[in-house]
Structure formats: C-alpha cells, structure tokens
Design a protein around this ligand. Structure first.
Ligand code: ATP
Ligand code: MG
Length: 234
C-alpha cells in the first residue's frame, strides 16, 4: 500500500469532519473518493497532506507514520496535492509556473522534468510562453496537474479538477489521469464530481457520506449498488 489511514478522525480546530476512516490506496492505482457535497472528501485529502487536524488514528505512507509531519515534509517524501481551489500564477507564463512548481530541482532535473511533462501534455508546449491567465479552463487544469507533477511525486492527490469544464474536456482531463498512472507510474487519489467517468477510470473507490466510509471496493460494484442511487444520483 502506498498510503493508508488507520482509524483516522480529523477535522478543523474542534470540528470533527471525518470519523474512523480506514483506507488503503494500492500502489500505482487510481483510487476515487466520491460522495455528496460536504461529505469530507477534501478534508480526507487535506488530512493526507497535513492540512487538517488529526484527533485520532494514524496516516501511513509506505509504512512510515506521517501523521504529525508538516506538509513540506510530506511533499519531500513524494506526495503532491492539486487542491480544489488550485493556484496557478496568472501573471506568469506557463513555463514560469512550471519552474516555480519545480523549485526543488536543479537545472538539469528541471529540464528533464519539463520534457516529461510536455510529452504528457503536448498542448502545454504550444503556449509555454503565454501568460497562464490567458489559458482556457481546461488548459488551466492541465497546468495545475502539470505543476503537481513537477515535483516528481509518487502519489498525486487531485481534488475536483474537472469542475465547470465541458463534458468533452472532462473526458480529456480524466484521460490524462490514466496516462499519469500508466506512463509516470504515479499513484493517483482522485476526488471527482463526474462520478460515472471517475468510476470508469478507477481501480478502487471509496464512498464517503457524512464523514464516514459507506463503501469500499470495486467501482463497478458501487455503480450497480443501491448506494449509488441514494448518494450519487446514478
Ligand atoms: N477549513 C475549514 N474549517 C472549518 N470547517 C471546514 C473547513 N473546510 C471544510 N470544513 C467543513 O468540513 C465539512 C466537510 O467539508 P469538505 O470540504 O471536506 O467536503 P467535500 O466532500 O469536499 O465537499 P464538496 O463536494 O462540496 O467539495 C463541511 O461541513 C465544511 O464546512
Ligand atoms: Mg471538496
């Protein structure tokens, strides 16, 4: 397992959002986290990245207990996070955004990394020297994901990267998620509102409802279950 939690309860300040969460994210898989608004999906990613308060339980990364590690330390271990309100620098070019995201790399690594990323997102190459603020919604998502990948992570946390995109662009963005897993061998944890499409590309799924796990397992099984009707509107 790359990432797992053991009896995790977490939230913010005194507020408990997640209760007794046990997840295990298999290496080199896409694992989807789905559930209604406010279920705690973002909080789960925040917890994995060190941005929430842990009240009970543990978070393990490759068997190492990272529960008390600061975010930068988790980043160094190989976890990257593209948050729901992702940040790109609109006034800077696409290239400059990538360089900032790769600040830990030396010159040679930086060039290699950018080459790998442009291989994966050929479109970014076409507007490498345009200001990021001029990109379309879909292109911005690609850039945000590319910035996450600049750190050469082993695990990539993606929070609703397809919000507000047209269906055809959603498909494109989610297809790159498959490439990220297959070509870069990165383990992906995907929070998605386009549930049907997310289930299609996932190896495993967790359904989160009111801060608790209601389903764990095969995406097909969830899709065909009563739970999908009740909580996901499928
Ligand atoms: N920084 C914060 N401080 C206090 N409470 C928060 C914070 N972030 C989220 N919450 C609360 O935690 C609960 C779960 O929120 P969370 O963002 O994890 O849900 P979600 O499943 O990601 O929802 P959505 O699908 O709308 O993104 C909500 O009640 C929310 O108001
Ligand atoms: Mg959220």
């Amino acid at each position: 397992m790359s990432i797992s939690t053991v009896n995790l309860s977490s939230g913010y300040g005194k507020l408990r959002v997640l209760f007794d969460i046990n997840i295990s994210i298999p290496q080199n898989s896409v694992t989807a986290i789905v559930g209604p608004n406010g279920a705690g999906k973002t909080t789960l990613l925040n917890s994995i990245y060190g941005l929430a308060d842990v009240f009970e339980g543990r978070i393990l990364f490759d068997g190492v207990d990272i529960t008390r590690f600061k975010p930068y330390k988790r980043a160094r271990l190989g976890i990257a996070y593209v948050p729901q309100m992702f940040n790109i620098f609109s006034e800077l070019t696409v290239y400059e955004n990538l360089v900032i995201a790769g600040y830990l790399l030396d010159k040679k690594e930086l060039k290699e990394r950018i080459d790998i990323i442009l291989d994966l997102f050929p479109k970014l190459g076409e507007f490498l020297h345009r200001k990021a603020g001029t990109l379309s919604g879909g292109e911005r998502r690609m850039l945000a994901i590319a910035m996450g990948l600049m750190k050469n992570p082993r695990v990539l946390l993606l929070d609703e990267i397809t919000t507000d995109l047209a269906p055809i662009i959603v498909k494109k963005v989610l297809n790159t998620v498959i490439d990220i897993k297959d070509k870069l061998k990165v383990t992906v944890v995907l929070v998605e509102q386009y549930v049907r499409r997310a289930l299609e590309i996932s190896d495993k799924v967790y359904l989160l409802v009111s801060g608790r796990i209601r389903f764990e397992g095969n995406p097909k099984d969830l899709e065909n279950s009563e739970l999908a009707k009740i909580y996901l509107g499928l």
